[in-house]
Design a protein around this ligand. Structure first.
Ligand code: G3P
Length: 220
């Protein structure tokens, strides 16, 4: 399972990239707005900057609600960076846009997926990857990770090539469960990435090795 960063914060992307464990970035209008990124040109400039840091797919979301608007936006976004994945919502207009853009050879991240049926429709339309929103399902008392597992299972059973990306990830345990459920990718906030690194026994172990080394008369 690959890890993507789910953020539009350039500093977080720089720091995450340094670890050598990040294969892509996902953004959305909320994440862009949170960073004060405004307007299409502002979003485009930020996505350029991200692509200079990360040598992998960058997901950029459309904001149109109708199929024609999504298709026009998607074709434009597809020219922004070398490896764009256009994020299209799991709506009727979205499936129409996915089908049209996929026919053009444009890679699609089918977003806001909350059911296996939506994932099946996206696969037929030509989604490159589908993004079930785990945390938002958990928030309403449902089992978000069960959806990831169900989609992965059905795709595997029918030899569907669309990948599964666990999204709306809220904590490190979600990453473990997504990997166990068969997700190909987890897109995670920077805070979750840093939580994945941490273990108190690693920290105390490092301190103790150094202490013992110095006790034996060595300098660092
Ligand atoms: O990848 C989708 C993600 O950005 C949504 O996360 O935390 O807003 O549900 P969240």
């Amino acid at each position: 399972m690959k890890l993507f960063l789910d953020t539009a914060n350039i500093q977080e992307i720089r720091l995450g990239a340094r670890l050598g464990v990040i294969s892509g970035v996902t953004t959305n209008p909320s994440l862009a707005a949170k960073e004060g990124i405004g307007g299409r040109e502002g979003y485009k400039a930020a996505v350029h900057e991200i692509a200079d840091i990360i040598d992998g797919p960058i997901s950029v979301e459309v904001v149109s609600q109708d199929a024609a608007g999504m298709i026009a936006e998607g074709r434009d976004i597809a020219e922004w960076v070398p490896n764009p994945w256009v994020k299209i919502p799991s709506t009727a207009a979205g499936f129409e846009a996915i089908a049209a853009l996929a026919r053009d050879g444009i890679k699609i991240n089918q977003t806001l997926c909350f059911s296996v049926n939506q994932a099946l429709l996206g696969a037929q339309a030509g989604s490159t990857v589908v993004s079930p929103f785990v945390g938002r399902l958990d928030d309403i008392g449902q089992d978000g990770m069960a959806l990831v597992a169900d989609i992965a299972n059905v795709y595997q059973r029918h030899n569907i090539k669309t990948m599964v990306m666990a999204a709306s990830v809220r904590h490190p345990r979600h990453c473990i469960l997504a990997a166990q459920a068969g997700a190909h990718i987890s897109t995670i906030p920077y805070t979750v990435l840093m939580q994945m690194v941490q273990h108190p026994l690693t920290d105390s172990g490092v301190a103790r090795f150094l202490q013992d080394w110095q006790k034996a008369g060595n300098r660092q």
